[in-house]
Design a protein around this ligand. Structure first.
Ligand SMILES: *Cc1c(COP(=O)(O)O)cnc(C)c1O
Length: 379
């Protein structure tokens, strides 16, 4: 059978790590792929298609408005640009460089991350508050004092269940209360904060954030090059003003009709999927790994919860009982197999994450761990 990866000589990977962008995030469903194929087969007015998809996505997720972006971080960029546009009451392309440069966006230092470089491109002044630790905690008064007539918005990174966000920021509810008082829109970067699916409306409708940005290609299983921005009309209308297909900064972040169709079907399936059944599937897979090894083995697995992004799903954590055998070595062994397995050593530990594994792949991953275990036991 024809295989594009074989033709290109690119190695296929069984993904036991999770929705990492470096291996393509997640796999799309046949239904979402079919929607993309159908979308590609005809011309339509892109603006008409956007309006239709955005309206349905807002309805599906219980939000006032939705915009499909070229990834979560493009959503962050465009939503921050929308905060600037809103402040000056015009599209970004009519606002002078100097005016943009003097406009302030607030972020807590604890929330700075390698994704937020996009804000520098926008040219705004980033005002950083607090420290990425527990000393001299930022207070409500501290935030209040940082807000002035140059402030256009605040970008917030939630850390549900831990995840990789350090302490040191003001809690989201307190941040929202202060910002509301001064009419400062708060945008939440929740790129990887799915599941639970209730986060699709929790940050915006329940807590009152102006917008929230998710990755389309992580747990939503949409096209890898999409993002989903959800939230309030007052801000998302400004996003649309600066966005593709209009000329301006959004034009650099084109989203085609195929991606619009793909993310729409993916989100429709996501809001309908059975979260309990999925949790049970993940728990059972973890249990199989835990029960597969005994006291005289080199390997042992423990249930670990929550996962690396703080999502409420378990992983199986590898414990190596044999001195001298490192997690990195095991990781490399698996990557060098003919049928390669992708995993990541994270803070000195290796995990099997059920997120992207179907039952056949999970059985294969387990058989590989067994094989390495048996070989190492004999040595
Ligand atoms: C993955 C991630 C991003 C980037 O998402 P894209 O959809 O690839 O743009 C941004 N922020 C956080 C917190 C992420 O986890």
């Amino acid at each position: 059978m024809y295989d594009i990866y074989d033709e290109l000589g690119v190695k296929k990977l069984v993904n036991s790590a999770g929705t990492y962008t470096v291996v393509g995030g997640s796999k799309m469903s046949p239904e979402a792929l079919e929607a993309m194929r159908q979308a590609a087969a005809n011309h339509v007015s892109i603006r008409e298609m956007q309006i239709a998809v955005h309206k349905k996505l807002a309805e599906l997720t219980g939000n006032e408005a939705a915009v499909v972006t070229a990834g979560a971080i493009v959503g962050v960029y465009l939503s921050m640009a929308a905060c600037v546009s809103r402040k000056f009451g015009k599209p970004l392309r009519y606002i002078s460089k100097e005016d943009i440069a003097s406009t302030e966006i607030i972020m807590f230092r604890a929330h700075r991350n390698p994704y937020d470089r996009g804000l520098e491109l926008l040219g705004v002044k980033l005002v950083e508050l607090g420290y990425p630790n527990n000393i001299d905690m930022i207070t409500e008064e501290g935030l209040e004092n940082a807000i002035n007539d140059k402030t256009a918005g605040l970008l917030y990174l939630p850390s549900t269940n831990g995840g990789w966000v350090p302490p040191g920021a003001l809690e989201l509810d307190k941040t929202l209360a202060i910002c509301k008082k001064y009419d400062v829109p708060v945008v939440v970067d929740a790129a990887a904060q799915l599941p639970p699916k209730k986060n699709l409306w929790y940050f915006t409708e329940e807590l009152g954030a102006a917008a929230v940005c998710f990755s389309g290609g992580k747990d939503l299983k949409g096209p890898q090059t999409t993002g989903l921005m959800l939230g309030k009309k007052f801000l998302l209308d400004w996003v649309e003003v600066n966005n593709f297909p209009n000329y301006g900064i959004g034009r650099m972040h084109k989203v085609g009709r195929e991606e619009l169709a793909g993310i729409y079907v993916a989100v429709k399936q996501y809001v309908e999927h059975d979260e309990d059944a999925r949790r049970e599937y993940a728990e059972n897979m973890v249990k199989t790994f835990v029960e597969a090894f005994g006291d005289d083995d080199v390997f042992r697995f423990e249930r670990s919860y929550p996962n690396e992004a703080g999502q409420p799903l378990p992983r199986a954590k590898l414990i190596i009982t044999k001195p001298g055998l490192s997690h990195e070595t095991v990781c490399d062994m698996m990557l060098n197999l003919d049928r390669a397995i992708f995993s990541i050593v994270e803070n000195g530990s290796l995990y099997v994450n059920p997120f992207c594994l179907n039952s056949e792949e999970a059985a294969y991953v387990l058989s590989v761990y067994k094989m390495i275990n048996d070989k190492e036991k004999m040595r």
